[in-house]
Design a protein around this ligand. Structure first.
Ligand code: F3S
Length: 60
């Protein structure tokens, strides 16, 4: 898995960082960033985060 947040789509709702803090973090720019991309498998929450994003900004 290679989680990515599309900065053109992300509206900074923060849900992904809440659901999957091991992988997603809110940046100073107010957008989410995939900081723990290699931890998706272990964390097991990437799919949930991607599915929950209201604007479908997360690709895996
Ligand atoms: Fe952005 Fe979606 Fe996360 S809007 S903050 S990528 S849940």
């Amino acid at each position: 898995m290679n989680p990515k947040v599309d900065p053109d789509l992300c509206i900074g709702c923060g849900l992904c960082a809440e659901l999957c803090p091991e992988v997603f973090e809110m940046g100073d720019d107010g957008l989410a960033h995939a900081v723990g991309a290699d931890q998706c498998e272990d964390a097991g929450c990437c799919e949930e985060a991607a599915d929950s994003c209201p604007v479908d900004a997360i690709s895996l």
